[in-house]
Write a protein that binds this ligand. Structure first.
Ligand code: NAP
Length: 399
């Protein structure tokens, strides 16, 4: 087996490749086992043995802490550095106690600035919408800035006191003494590189529009600036292929152009419920992206079917959108689709599109037959409820 490398600005992927796999905590091992079965069957079906993956067991999270006393061992960072990509199950984030979220740390170490979350309806899946087939969106969420950057101080810390004093002395701004303080940095650099990635994706996948979701009417120099920089990037770097919504004649898009529009965040939420087909790619700062991707997932079956990827210039970590769902750990119960589809994104990323196509078709046919894990089965009285591993077997049978 061999490693993925970067050569002449492109990924070079050997036919027999090693990929690090972090199984994760809670329900992570259940869904990871199921997902691996599906990946291996799809690779075999696509290439009949000509291409193979060998999974490198890689530790992080609570299970790493129990085994080696560290939430994120240095060895794990080295492994991902050496292999460029990885796939992971969900990780426990300890609440309080000074341990930072491993997910956020991984995103920062590898500068995985784009969180890409496609949300697409599969026929047969129960949905609260009357026409769920209209949902086919990809969220590009900024991953390194915003209130998520982790710059915050406890209300009674020395740092918070200093910040309060500075704000009062320098700007005459009074902040209550019992207030915790967080910062919300949003930069032109961070915004433009994300927008560039979203536009390239739109060109590659022949998507029709990109909507900038922001709260710029209130937070003018962070979210408002995000909006401006997105428009600027489209105009200055992709002016030949993009057009602003305001420039459309009678609302018609000229052939081959990608429309760039923007919506205020609160409005965006009602838009995806009432007119989801008008939204294709949605680009947003970190916190908006967190909210809107779960809301979109809810329209097409919930967190159990929502895949994601954290992507930098080359490094990429593919992961389910949901968390560890600890109450179901070890029960072979939860839906592995989110992780399976994250794997399909990974195979697309390394150029093994045949594998992701087979995975999609397997899931599509399984859902059409209403073979569901508990989360979807409880929403549909006609469903055939199966366990996590049985669902994976059904997907393989339906490939
Ligand atoms: P969660 O683990 O996502 O679970 C919330 C609910 O979502 C579950 O109770 C379950 O709903 C549903 N759900 C989650 N995974 C599912 C699956 N595979 N199939 C079907 N339904 C699924 O969120 P949480 O309880 O807030 O967080 C638990 C832990 O996970 C925390 O430590 C949190 O920090 C961590 N977390 C990690 C990540 C990550 O690693 N990327 C992301 C989010 C949270 P029902 O109860 O309705 O059945």
């Amino acid at each position: 087996m061999a490693k993925i490398s970067v050569e002449n600005g492109r990924l070079k992927v050997p036919d027999e490749v090693d990929i690090p796999f972090i199984e994760g905590d809670g329900t992570g091992p259940d869904i990871s086992r199921a997902a691996k079965m599906v990946f291996e069957a799809a690779i075999k079906k696509a290439y009949g043995g000509k291409r193979k993956v060998s999974w490198i067991e890689t530790l992080a999270g609570e299970s790493a802490y129990k085994k080696v006393g560290k939430w994120l061992p240095e060895e794990t960072i080295e492994i991902i550095k050496n292999h460029i990509i990885a796939i992971k199950g969900p990780l426990t984030t300890p609440v309080g106690g000074g341990v930072r979220s491993i997910n956020v740390t991984l995103r920062q170490i590898f500068d995985l600035y784009a969180c890409v979350r496609p949300v697409k309806y599969f026929k047969g899946v129960p949905s609260p919408l009357r026409y769920p087939e209209k949902v086919d969106c990809v969220v590009f969420r900024e991953n390194t800035e915003d209130v998520y950057a982790g710059i915050e101080w406890k209300y009674d810390s020395e740092e918070a006191k200093k910040v309060r004093k500075f704000l009062k002395d320098e700007f005459g701004i009074e902040i209550r003494e019992d207030a915790g303080i967080g910062l919300k940095p949003i930069s032109e650099f961070g915004t433009r590189r994300l927008m560039r990635k979203a536009i390239k994706y739109a060109i590659d996948k022949k998507r029709k529009s990109i909507t900038i979701m922001h709260k710029g009417n209130i937070m003018k120099f962070t979210e408002g600036a995000f909006r401006e920089w997105c428009y600027k990037t489209a105009k200055e770097e992709f002016g030949d292929i993009t057009i602003q919504e305001s420039e459309l004649a009678e609302g018609k898009t000229p052939d081959g152009k990608i429309v760039i529009k923007d919506r205020i965040a609160d409005n965006m939420f009602q838009q995806i419920l009432t007119r989801p087909d008008e939204y294709d790619i949605i680009i947003c700062p970190n916190l908006n992206g967190d909210y809107i991707s779960d809301a979109l997932a809810g329209l097409v079956g919930g967190l159990g079917v929502a895949p994601g990827a954290n992507i930098g210039d080359f490094y990429a970590i593919f992961e389910a959108t949901h968390g560890t769902a600890p109450k179901y750990a070890g029960l072979d119960k939860v839906n592995p689709t989110s992780l399976i589809l994250s794997g399909a994104m990974m195979f697309d990323y390394i150029g093994w599109e045949e594998v992701s196509k087979i995975i999609y078709e397997g899931i599509e046919r399984t859902f059409k037959k209403k073979i569901f894990t508990y989360d979807l089965a409880r929403q549909d009285p006609e469903a055939k409820e199966v366990k996590c591993s049985e669902f994976a077997k059904a997907v393989i049978d339906n490939m």
